[in-house]
Design a protein around this ligand. Structure first.
Ligand SMILES: Cc1ncc(COP(=O)(O)O)c(C=O)c1O
Length: 404
């Protein structure tokens, strides 16, 4: 009798029990350390996706893990109707690092929840209903957030959605100006579009949109679920000197532990009725401990500087390839899109075979969201693998399956 591989058992079980929602990759990831992951067959990968942008400090970061271990033995859950020391510590540090003026927070456990809260808060604070979002935007797939997400493949199966949402071209100030009126509660934007294909707007865009919102009495919601921490500043909006009325953060803020935060100004907070929103798991001490440890590392250990420096280096090296299959390399820091002249999926799969994990974004863009601790040597390794896979037409290039 032949023994079943561990991978076959894992895939058979998942396939039998999970709803078929995800395009699965045929590997089971079982361990991680730094910028490396290992599958159930012991194959090593260079991680250029950090779990869709979550594990910003790499895997098993010693300081974050120590904080989680310490907290897990003390207290894991504590509803927000009670005060808690780990939560107070987290909020204190967040207050130090967040853009000035964003003084109050609602805490949840994911990016979509952070957006749900942002949309509800904008409606209740303005007494208005309309929301202007952008084409190619991704803000999550829960029923509220889905209204702001643009892609038809996520929206169409769940129609009809809420009324009052419109989508205008990204990085087009006039289009926002034409869409906004006295019934608009909010404009919602990613400062750099992520899932849509890594699009960085012109320098003046965010400030101009903020001014349009202010004049119309609407609020600006910035969705930094993906862009926070990756671009050389804590929040991408800080590069353009724009502080929104509402800021949504999640993914990296606890370096892998589920945590979402919706930050608002005092003015917005004052208009949110007590008891009108909440979450059982939100602001739990374990997530707070992980978040505090993560923000300390970001503040003290040169991680933002590394993201800016290695990000610039990686983008330069990718451009220097001048590969005929590459139309454009876009991004800021370690949020990078490589737009190809053909569909990206087979190259993403080829890279996986050669031991490098990347994402796609839109149909033709390869997306790199590596851990922010990536080294230049690892960036070189990535560029070598990408060049080889592009040249081979999508087959694993250069390296054999088991090679590190
Ligand atoms: C910009 C942005 N907003 C919201 C979300 C939704 O976050 P989550 O999947 O944690 O609900 C994502 C996820 O990719 C995102 O990139």
């Amino acid at each position: 009798m032949t023994m079943m591989r561990e991978l076959d058992t894992i895939t058979a079980t998942e396939d039998a029990h999970l709803i078929n929602l995800y395009a699965k990759r045929e590997v089971a990831i079982v361990r991680g350390a730094g910028s490396r992951l290992w599958d159930s067959d012991g194959k090593q990968y260079l991680d250029l996706m950090s779990n869709y942008g979550v594990n910003i400090l790499g895997h098993a970061h010693p300081k974050v893990n120590a904080a989680i271990k310490e907290q897990v033995d003390r207290l894991t859950n504590c509803h927000s109707s009670f005060y808690n020391d780990a939560r107070a510590e987290f909020l204190d540090l967040l207050g130090e690092l967040a853009p000035a003026g964003l003084t109050r927070s609602f805490m949840s456990s994911s990016g979509s929840e952070a957006i749900e809260a942002a949309l509800k808060f904008a409606r209740v604070a303005t007494g208005r209903r309309k929301v202007v979002a952008t084409k190619r935007a991704y803000h999550g797939r829960t029923l509220g957030a889905l209204n702001a997400t643009a892609d038809k493949k996520y929206r169409d199966p769940y129609l009809p959605l809420m009324e009052g949402f419109s989508h205008v071209a990204f990085d087009d100030i006039d289009a926002i100006g034409a869409a906004i009126d006295e019934e608009t509660a909010a404009i919602i934007l990613e400062p750099i579009q992520g899932e849509g294909g890594i699009y960085v707007p012109s320098d003046e865009y965010l400030a101009a949109v903020h001014e349009l919102a202010r004049r119309a009495g609407a609020l600006l919601i910035l969705d930094e679920v993906q862009s926070a921490f990756r671009t050389g500043t804590f929040f991408a909006c800080q590069a353009s000197g724009v502080t929104p009325d509402i800021l949504a953060v999640s993914k990296g803020i606890a370096a892998g532990f589920p945590l979402g935060v919706t930050l608002v100004t005092d003015e917005v907070a004052a208009r949110i009725p007590a008891g009108s929103h909440g979450s059982t798991f939100g602001a739990n001490p374990l997530a707070c401990a992980a978040g505090t440890a993560t923000m300390r590392v970001l503040r003290d250990d040169g991680v933002l500087e590394n993201a800016a420096r290695v990000g610039t280096y990686l983008q330069e090296q990718l451009r220097a390839l001048k590969h005929p299959k590459v139309r454009e390399v876009r991004g800021r820091g370690l949020m990078i899109g490589i737009e190809l002249r053909e569909r990206a999926t087979k190259y993403m799969r080829g890279l996986q075979q050669s031991g490098v994990l990347v994402l796609s974004a839109g149909a033709t863009t390869l997306r790199c969201l590596p851990p922010l601790i990536l080294t230049e040597a690892e960036a070189d390794e990535a560029v070598g693998a990408i060049a080889a896979v592009l040249t081979s037409g999508g087959a694993a290039g250069g390296r054999s399956e088991g090679e590190a």
